[in-house]
Design a protein around this ligand. Structure first.
Ligand code: SAM
Length: 287
C-alpha cells in the first residue's frame, strides 16, 4: 500500500468525484429516511495542498491547480457545482486559510460529514495505518462518525444491510493492484445481494480504455440494477490518466440528467487538451 492521496488531493479527479458525490447525496436525501453513508476507501479526510508539492524524496508538480484551482474564483457556477465549491471554501476557511489561493481541501469523509443530516450515519474505512490514524484524529471530536481500520471490500460485506435499509456506498480505491476491478465487481455483487436497492458509486481512472471497457463488460454480465456511468476526459492523448469516471448503481431518479449537466460543465472547466469532454450513459438502463 504505497498510494498516498495527499499527492493528488484537489486534482481534476477529486473535483469530478466530489462534485458528483455532493449531488448524489442531496438527491438521495430527497427522501427523509436516514441513510448509511459508507466510504470504503476514505483516505485521511483533510489535505494540505501546500504539502502536495513535497514528494517523499523529490519535489512534485502539484495537481490541484488543474482541479480545484480552476474552479476557485470562477464566476457563474451552475447550481450543481455551487454547493460542492461552497463546502470546499468553507472547509478551507474553517481550517484557517486566509490567503486567496486554496490551501486545505476536504476529502470525501469531510464532505460527507458536512452533508449528513441527523438521521444519516457515516462509516469511514481506511486500511493504511498512518492514513487511518490521521482520519481517527480528524474525527476524534465529531460524534456519530465511525472510523474503522478495515478493508473497504470487507466492510461492504460486513456492514450491509444496515438497519436504515438505505445506503450510499462510495468505493474509491487507489488502483495499485492489478485485480482492483475484479475486487470491485466481487464486492459489488455481495453488496447488492445484501442490499439490492443500495446505491453504489465506484470511481475509476481512465488510463487504458480497454481495461475500463473490460470492467464494463464484466459488470454487464452481472445482472445489475439500473447503472449509470459518468465519465470525464480531460486529455485523450495523456500518457497516463486521460480522465476518470463514476459507475453509479441504483442512482436516484433522473440523476442521469443532473450528472450529464454537471459532467459536461466540469469537462469545459477542467479540460487540459483538445478532445476533452464528458459522457453520461446507462450501462444497464432503467426499465
Ligand atoms: C483514492 S484514496 C481515497 C480518497 C478519498 N475517498 C477521497 O475522495 O477523499 C484511496 C485510499 O484507500 C486506502 N486503501 C487502500 N486499500 C484499501 C483497502 N483495501 N481498504 C480500505 N482502504 C484502502 C488508501 O490508503 C487510500 O487512502
Amino acid at each position: 500500500m504505497n498510494y498516498r492521496h495527499h499527492f493528488h488531493a484537489g486534482n481534476f479527479a477529486d473535483v469530478f468525484k466530489h462534485a458528483v458525490l455532493v449531488r448524489l447525496v442531496r438527491a438521495l436525501q430527497a427522501k427523509p429516511k436516514g441513510l448509511l453513508l459508507l466510504d470504503t476507501h476514505a483516505g485521511r479526510g483533510r489535505y494540505d495542498l501546500q504539502a502536495e508539492a513535497q514528494g517523499d524524496t523529490l519535489e512534485r508538480q502539484p495537481e490541484w491547480p488543474g482541479g480545484i484551482g480552476r474552479l476557485w474564483s470562477k464566476p457563474n457556477l451552475p447550481a450543481g457545482v455551487a454547493e460542492y465549491l461552497a463546502r470546499v471554501v468553507a472547509f478551507d476557511r474553517g481550517a484557517g486559510n486566509t490567503q486567496e489561493a486554496p490551501r486545505f481541501y476536504p476529502g470525501s469523509p469531510r464532505l460527507l460529514e458536512a452533508l449528513a443530516r441527523p438521521q444519516d450515519r457515516l462509516v469511514l474505512c481506511e486500511l493504511h495505518p498512518a492514513e487511518n490514524q490521521a482520519l481517527q484524529a480528524e474525527f476524534a471530536f465529531t460524534p456519530g462518525v465511525a472510523v474503522q481500520l478495515l478493508d473497504g471490500y470487507t466492510a461492504v460485506r460486513a456492514l450491509l444491510p444496515p438497519p436504515e435499509r438505505r445506503a450510499l456506498v462510495l468505493i474509491d480505491p487507489p488502483f495499485e493492484s492489478q485485480d482492483e476491478f475484479a475486487r470491485i465487481v466481487s464486492a459489488l455483487g455481495d453488496g447488492l445481494r445484501r442490499l439490492p436497492a443500495g446505491t453504489f458509486a465506484i470511481w475509476y481512472p481512465l488510463t487504458e480504455r480497454a481495461r475500463v471497457d473490460d470492467f464494463f463488460a464484466e459488470l454487464r454480465t452481472r445482472r445489475l440494477p439500473p447503472t449509470l456511468v459518468a465519465e470525464l476526459i480531460i486529455n485523450p492523448a495523456a500518457p497516463k490518466m486521460k480522465g476518470c469516471g463514476l459507475v453509479i448503481v441504483n442512482p436516484p431518479w433522473q440523476f442521469d440528467r443532473e450528472a450529464e449537466e454537471l459532467a459536461v460543465w466540469l469537462a469545459g472547466a477542467l479540460a487540459q487538451a483538445p478532445g476533452a469532454g464528458a459522457q453520461v450513459w446507462w450501462l444497464v438502463p432503467e426499465v
